[in-house]
Design a protein around this ligand. Sequence first.
Ligand code: 5GP
Ligand code: ZN
Length: 118
Amino acid sequence: MRPMGCLFCKIVAREIPSQIVFENDHVLSFKDINPQAPTHALVIPKRHLTGIFDATDADADRQMLGELLTAGRQVAAQLGLDAKGYRLVINQGQDGGQSVHHLHLHVMGGRPMGWPPG
Ligand code: 5GP
Ligand code: ZN
């Protein structure tokens, strides 16, 4: 169910504009508004989940997680990141640094990434 006021649900509904880079029946991908790397896109499920913590072992959720990762690698390729590599990140909850509570996968590249992440 779509909660009132969810920013990313509003992006899915085209109520808030975004720079869309990829879309299929399950996911939407768009450029991050505050990029932390030269290339930084997000991939989100169209169905609202607050985070990966919300995904259950039900078939529909397993499929959705597969769609999210598959779209992540497609977006990375589309944005020209395959040659030098990239990072896929999911932040969950307070310690994970999650700020938007609609599950999303960060696709980041265009510079070498540090490890461990901050
Ligand atoms: P989190 O910190 O929850 O893992 O990531 C949320 C991401 O959403 C951040 O990188 C932030 O820049 C991005 N973001 C927040 N608001 C908007 C918005 O209105 N549009 C877009 N395109 N990205 C947003
Ligand atoms: Zn949402």
